[in-house]
Design a protein around this ligand. Sequence first.
Ligand SMILES: [Zn+2]
Ligand SMILES: [Zn+2]
Length: 370
Amino acid sequence: MNGCDHLVKAAVLTAPNQPIEVQEFPRPEKLEDGAALLKVDLAGICGTDIHLWHGRLKIPYPVIPGHETVGTLEEMGKGLEKDLLGKPLSVGDRIYFASGVDCGRCYYCQIAKEQTRCINRKVYGITLSCKSPPYLFGGHSEYVYLLPKAYLFRVPEDLPTESLVSVGCAAPTIIHGIEVVGVEAGDSVAIQGAGPIGLFALALAKESGASTTVVIDSVKERLEVAREMGADFLINTNDAISPQERVQRVLDLTDGIGADVVLECTGSPNALDDGLLMCRDSGRYLVVGHFTDRGTTAVNPHLITRKQLKIYGSWGMAPRHYYKALKILRTIHRKYHFEKLITHTFSIEKAQEAFETVENRKAVKAVFKP
Ligand SMILES: [Zn+2]
Ligand SMILES: [Zn+2]
């Protein structure tokens, strides 16, 4: 930390479309019971952060963004002794935490058992403002303050921080998505979008025994990563091929039948137009890329009825998906080298440049290393 030891530098979204400010906040002096203070080791920049910057999701500005963070436990509030798995915590531990904090009391927490739809859900780096103390609710900062009800996990020693942050919110997001849509051994899987969500989906599909994987994107570098990860087929939408040709290619690669499962990981509304056509009859379609409202697209309902399509959505992730991400990554990180997805590393001072890099799709994954 530069200058005063009691000040913490953080990137701040002050209002939609304003330059990203680097501000200093007082370091919390006393933690409330059960809270935690982490020194940020690595924090990912996600596509959602760009949407927040441009005001595409209603959030309580000013906000310190950053919801995919690994940090070192620096201070523990009274009563915080164990992580969610019951492992003892101590200062110096590497910590991974669920970005969402649910209330545990509402209809969705207790009856529907869908914590991601908790009506009182708070999300670090998104719905918690830095307007008042303890301010530090986002990962794009030197420190992050975790509320008493946060879900913490001690990171296993054999799992590098880079492997975890490279697939930041993507891993638990698509673990949730695949839990909803289901991928079975032998399934053919088409993945629209080769950002971190699509790439982790590829790894999960392969680990689930998918017979054929097809990855579709417009960025050559991302498709190259998909190839290295073992994608069976790639479709570059920039190769002057029409949506009809894209669909035809997927049909050709799946015995003329269509994919058993199609995963929409693009965030682009018109991905649905060809995505639904890529599904086989009675196939399954997951829309997981739309965390902000990017508008509508025309869908012919007849297609859904006639093809008997099963269309699913999934929103964010619950603590169990973080736990699964830890377990899965621990097993497969050496095989897929997720750390290589990190193409750009920035200091907090370079927040503006970092966000522009992600916005312009120059990075596969960009991170802050404070
Ligand atoms: Zn995210
Ligand atoms: Zn709730």
